[in-house]
Ligand binder design. Structure first.
Ligand code: FAD
Length: 462
């Protein structure tokens, strides 16, 4: 089925997150009439920022890393020189101590002795064992052995995702763990590989991440929104989009009282919501949601990490990040610290509804893990409820997702995109790449001469 031309009427983009805003920008530059509909007051989606009392927070830690030269070109064009670059500084809190994350082979020797010895024995004999391939548990056992699985990965995974690693698809481990590790392709299946990896890691230069200066990550999408408006596009905020379908097409999109007849709809909101609005069978594709406790502290914290994972059952949060180690302008002065504390839940559950009740527990646990010295140092705590932060990859998700995509593909002018729209555990660079590939395809199918992503990234789509 060929997609309708983007020049035959307005292109409606549902969702003003990374994928929606970059697609809107590139299509506007190519001369299409674009209307973005975003349910929240500000654009940015999961990559938006919050400001209060001189502190800036994102939705958890966000830093850019990409090896794709087109994405680098695009970000340079949008952010100009307003970025800062830094090496990774992540940690994991385990049995009362902090360790560097990802687990470097060289850090394994710093683990408590019995654990280090057991892990080494596992690795020595792991190559001779056979594991399945389908679920998270199998994947981690094969990669790291039973000791590290039991001590690091199992508890954290249950606490974070709310389902057992046996019920979790191996894709969750592949994208989650490998992405957190990013460039450190550690070979840990046996001792010989581990030794080799360790030697290679010692002399390796750290990769750099980038982060915008001047107002948190969210500024990136505000800059892009200004470019869309300047190019004649519209951005409707604080209004949820509603689809009306018929005859294999999306016939109208409603934004408040406005009815728009689109040539094409690019849908980056939850895939489940598209099914619901079009009266299709509800897919079993659940999303995780996150409560962000943005804690403003009047002191310099002892641990200078960008973020740290907390897997223990007796600590309420699963991760804490420190925006000032991304960019100094996220705090009113360097003696103050913002701590972004994440607690995962499901939208509408007990935690979601009564999130404020956990605030004292969050502060007490920050004291317990040594991040703040006393309650008196806490200037304020603001709670943000963010739905649909992660797709939950249960073991049946590939079949369910395929069935849902097929059902939605019957609408000739509906295109899914982005993390939430495609039920895709991705990063910002993937959503930008997705926007570039989609724009290229849409322009080609609209009769435009072939334009590659390099030219799109450089702003030569017009
Ligand atoms: C805690 C956390 C940490 C992360 N850390 C990193 C990191 O360090 N580096 C990195 O590269 N990536 C990171 N990511 C991933 C990154 O945030 C995403 O890849 C990216 O923001 C996805 O953008 P998107 O536009 O594809 O999806 P989304 O941001 O989900 O955009 C969907 C948009 O649709 C809107 N919407 C929903 N329903 C409607 C409706 N009915 N009408 C109108 N609008 C609607 C939503 O409000 C949202 O704006 C992280 C994600 C999370 C949750």
């Amino acid at each position: 089925m060929s997609t309708p031309s983007v020049f035959s009427g307005p292109v409606v983009i549902v969702g003003g997150g990374v994928a929606g805003m970059v697609t809107a920008h590139l299509l506007t530059e190519a001369g299409a009439k674009v209307i973005v509909i975003e349910q929240f007051e500000r654009v940015g989606g999961l990559a938006r920022s919050y400001q209060y009392d001189g502190f800036t927070f994102d939705c958890g830690p966000h830093r850019f890393h990409t090896e794709n030269p087109n994405i680098k070109t695009y970000l340079d064009r949008v952010l100009k020189a307003n970025t800062t670059a830094f090496p990774r500084l992540s940690e994991v809190f385990f049995e009362g101590s902090y360790y560097r994350w990802p687990l470097h082979p060289k850090n394994l020797v710093q683990l408590p002795l019995p654990l280090a010895v057991k892990s080494a024995i596992d690795l020595a004999i792991n190559g001779s064992k056979t594991y399945g391939t389908s679920n998270f548990e199998d994947y981690v056992l094969r990669q790291y052995g039973p000791t590290l699985y039991e001590n690091f990965f199992k508890g954290y995974s249950i606490k974070f995702l709310g389902i057992h690693p046996k019920e979790t698809h191996a894709d969750w481990a592949k994208v989650g763990i490998n992405r957190a590790i990013i460039d450190d392709k550690l070979q840990m299946q046996n001792l010989a590989q581990l030794a080799k990896s360790t030697l290679l890691q010692f002399n390796k230069a750290e990769i750099n991440f980038i982060y915008p200066t001047g107002g948190g990550l969210g500024i990136t999408w505000e800059v892009i929104a200004d470019k869309v408006r300047a190019g004649g596009g519209r951005i409707l905020t604080s209004t949820g989009a509603r689809l009306a379908g018929g005859n294999g097409r999306i016939e109208a999109v409603y934004a408040g009282s406005e009815r728009i007849e689109p040539s094409l709809v690019i849908w980056t909101a939850p895939i489940t919501l598209a099914c619901d609005q079009l009266g299709l069978e509800a897919p079993d594709l659940p999303y995780l949601s996150t409560l962000f406790y943005n804690v403003m502290v009047e002191e310099s914290v002892k641990k200078e990490y960008q973020w740290c994972y907390y897997g223990a059952d007796d600590i309420v949060f699963s991760r804490v990040s420190t925006p000032k180690y991304f960019a100094h302008d996220t705090v009113p002065h360097m003696g103050a610290t913002g701590l972004c504390v994440e607690v995962t839940c499901r939208e509408g559950d007990e935690r979601w509804v009564h999130a404020e009740r956990l605030t004292d527990w969050v502060v007490d646990d920050l004291i317990k893990v040594g991040m703040i010295s006393s309650r008196r140092k806490v200037h304020d705590v603001r709670v943000e409820r963010v739905p649909n932060t992660y797709p939950i990859y249960h073991t049946r998700y590939p079949v369910e997702l395929e069935r849902t995509r097929k059902a939605l593909a019957k609408y000739e002018n509906l295109q899914l995109a982005g993390r939430t729209g495609m039920f895709w555990y991705n990063n910002m660079d993937h959503s930008i790449e997705n926007a570039m590939q989609l724009t290229r395809k849409l322009l080609r199918e609209s009769g435009r001469a072939e334009i590659d992503e390099k030219a799109l990234a450089a702003g030569m789509a017009g």
